[in-house]
Design a protein around this ligand. Sequence first.
Ligand SMILES: [Zn+2]
Length: 249
Amino acid sequence: MRVHSRRKTHKLQIIAVLAVVFLVYISAARRAFPAFDLLRDIKHSAADMDNGWNLILVNRDNYIPDGYTVELTELSNGEKVDSRIYPELQEMLDAARAAGLGLHVAAGYRTQEEQQQLLDEKINAYVDEGNPEPEARTLAEQWVALPGTSEHQLGIAVDINEDTESSRDAVYDWLAENGHKYGFIKRYPPDKTDITGVINEPWHYRYVGQKAAEEIYMQGICLEEYIGSIRRHGRSKNVDIKRSLDRYS
Ligand SMILES: [Zn+2]
């Protein structure tokens, strides 16, 4: 009986030591790799709505929750957007036009089926170019989000193109400099590809609301970083996200 109990104590001691080693290891890993900490709880799950509809994070790891519904407003060219972003979208387009630019929303809301069709078309295009199916799919997925992971299915993202009389770069430059004033962010900047998983898309603007858009713009971060920081620090503290990231790098 005594032998048994001593063994039990010994086992408990080993478990305690292992637990301490594990905790030390995790805390060191978090310090060495901030992305590990930042992204650890936003992997492969339905996007949460905790931060409000305008800050829902949808990407390859966070899919649109089942039953997500959206009330749509139709634009003059037939594209549709979430009614809640319509007033500021219109304001932004009006301001760009007042600055002498010609531009339009080339793509707004998409259904799951439309997203699937878009992906299939892209895969077929790569197959037609002579790529075997698996490669064609990989290439296509760099350009077209998997159904269920596209912000276009939320209705709060738009692709904005130039009209024929305007230069493409002039439109993209204006949007990059001014979008945040109307609550929109350039969702996939070229220097954040490793985090967003999406190549540079200077035409894709995502509504997040003015406060978040200003913070994201001023700090030069992407939505994944912004949401990660909110989850770690909360919104109310209004932390300098860029500085808190720099501290680790
Ligand atoms: Zn887009």
